[in-house]
Design a protein around this ligand. Structure first.
Ligand code: ADP
Length: 300
């Protein structure tokens, strides 16, 4: 089983051809509502791959929250451990899209209001499972979750997104840290372009107790470093149409493959293809491939 502590958002996406000025009201060109949040996106990526996932998260006691829970159940994802918080809004992202550029206003709502209660399933967990978190929920809960998961014999994965600087306390409990280039730069001041950069960054983080580092390099592929080896996986040469969701697809596929008992190397290769698949599809929902879809990318 894979336990995921993470965010759930409703994305309200307005497409416009102008940004309204103060006091002005404009009609949008188009409106779309989707579910998002890094936590839920990664859960969906893993669910599409047939992984057994338990989502730990929160929604507000509002209509949006009900809608989220109904969608989860519709997809066959359990909502048993989603906290419903009255007096708090469900996480919202207002996305204003103009000429292929996004301006985003976030209201974290329940994602930041959630309490220790969401971690309770981890207290009774059997060893051998996995625990994954990102940082769109309170850091104190992510830290506590990593400690409990590690103590109870789970493999732990932290996707440091959005980036954060003061992570010394959490790294000793993290088996795999996954970051993109900007996140690694914020964390270590090293913007990674090639192997030596990632090795140097790893040396820094290792002193803080980190075991394994996975860095996604966008169209540059993926680099993996631990105390014994460095693995570079080149990206697929594709015509990317929309790279949103690539990171979440990568993380989901990586963890789902590890949880299946595959080697770390196989997980890197498969996740690299899952990231490429995501870039071939517009939107986040469509970005999460099934096993056959991702295998097809690997065959070329
Ligand atoms: P994020 O979405 O978090 O910024 P990246 O841009 O690093 O993450 O993308 C995650 C992964 O998706 C990459 O490591 C790679 O496997 C794949 N990917 C991203 N962009 C491309 C691209 N243009 N071509 C091929 N693969 C890509």
């Amino acid at each position: 089983e894979i336990y995921v502590l993470g965010s759930i958002n409703v994305d309200l996406m307005f497409t416009v051809d102008n940004i309204p000025q103060a006091g002005e009201t404009l009609h949008g060109l188009d409106y779309l509502e989707n579910l998002g949040g890094k936590g839920l996106n990664q859960v969906r990526a893993m669910h599409e791959l047939g992984a057994k996932v338990v989502m730990l998260g929160a929604v507000g006691g509002d209509a949006m929250g009900e809608k989220v829970l109904a969608s989860l159940r519709g997809w066959g994802i359990s909502d048993n451990y989603i906290e419903v918080m009255s007096h708090v809004a469900t996480g919202l992202a207002c996305i204003i899209r103009m000429r292929a550029e996004n301006r985003i206003i976030l209201h974290a709502g329940a994602n930041f209001a959630m309490t220790e209660k969401v971690l309770s399933p981890l207290l009774a967990v059997k060893p051998g499972g996995f625990f994954l978190a990102q940082l769109e929920v309170p850091y104190s809960l992510v830290l506590m979750g990593m400690k409990v998961a590690k103590t109870n014999g789970l493999t732990t994965i932290l996707n440091l997104a959005p980036a954060r600087l003061d992570v010394q306390d959490i790294l000793p409990y993290v088996d795999y840290l996954i970051v993109n280039q900007r996140e690694l730069e914020l964390l270590t001041t090293i913007y990674p372009r090639e192997e030596v950069d990632v090795q140097l960054a790893f040396t820094q983080l290792r002193q803080l107790g980190l075991q394994r580092l996975v860095v996604t390099l966008g169209a540059g592929g993926v680099l993996y470093v631990d105390a014994y080896q460095t693995i570079f996986v080149p990206s697929y040469r594709i015509d990317a149409v929309d790279t949103t969701g690539a990171g979440d697809a990568f993380v989901g596929a990586f963890v789902a493959t590890l949880a299946q008992g595959s080697s770390m190397k196989d997980a890197l290769y498969f996740a690299n293809a899952a990231g490429a698949y995501a870039c071939l599809h517009v939107g986040v929902e469509q970005a999460m491939g099934k096993r056959e879809d991702i295998k097809a990318v690997m065959k070329g």
